[in-house]
Design a protein around this ligand. Structure first.
Ligand code: HEC
Length: 178
């Protein structure tokens, strides 16, 4: 063996060693991510339901978002359990509202600094229903995460489990739901 080929073998060996280390740390990284992701999502769902509870959504849409409004004087909101909207459309509706209907725009910057419905930036339409409060884009994202995880596509029937998830004080009347 020449001196040259020995050193090439050394280089190859070192390279293989580093490749194994890289593969191992990648695998560990993926494992950590895989176990952390559902927990992170659950935190976002909790943040989202908190925002939902605090923002007057239930006044018009009902606690379980089925359109059974909680406040008689409020406009009747849509049933979000049976909505066909995807994440982007949910986000846009919550941020921009629906001019001419009872659905307020929750993003303070809607129309003015963040475009709505593909329109050029400008003053918000005058026929928007007044918003009970505004939400940050991050709060809007959390509500969308909550709606997609717990509400959209869940059908008309509300379960006892859903009732207990929504009402932190675990009221007895949640037993009325199956
Ligand atoms: C003042 C009453 C009111 C409040 C408060 C309200 N909504 Fe609405 N919302 C409505 C009405 C009314 C509609 C139906 C609009 C229409 O006719 O297109 C609607 C529609 C929607 C839609 C579109 C559903 C679909 O399938 O087209 C979404 C999503 C929605 N609301 C989410 C929310 C969220 C989330 C909140 C709280 C952050 C909220 N709304 C607060 C009244 C309200």
């Amino acid at each position: 063996m020449t001196k040259n080929s020995t050193s090439r073998a050394d280089v190859d060996h070192t390279r293989a060693y580093f490749m194994r280390c890289a593969a191992l740390s990648l695998a560990v990284g993926l494992l950590v991510q895989a176990t952390a992701a559902p927990a992170q999502n659950e935190d976002r769902v909790k943040a989202g339901v908190t925002t939902w509870r605090n923002s007057g959504c239930a006044d018009c849409h009902g606690a379980f978002a089925d359109g059974e409004k909680q406040r008689d004087e409020s406009p009747t909101g849509a049933n979000l359990r049976t909505t066909r909207l995807d994440g982007a459309a949910l986000k846009q509706t919550i941020a921009c509202g629906r001019p001419g209907t009872g659905m307020p725009a929750f993003d303070e910057g809607a129309y003015k600094i963040r475009a709505c419905n593909g329109q050029a930036l400008g003053p918000p339409p005058s026929d928007l229903y007044p918003t009970p409060r505004t939400l940050t884009p991050d709060e809007i994202d959390a509500v969308v995460t909550y709606l997609q995880a717990r509400i959209v596509g869940k059908g008309r029937t509300i379960t006892k489990q859903e009732c207990l998830f929504y009402y932190a004080d675990q009221p007895d009347w949640c037993d009325d739901y199956k």
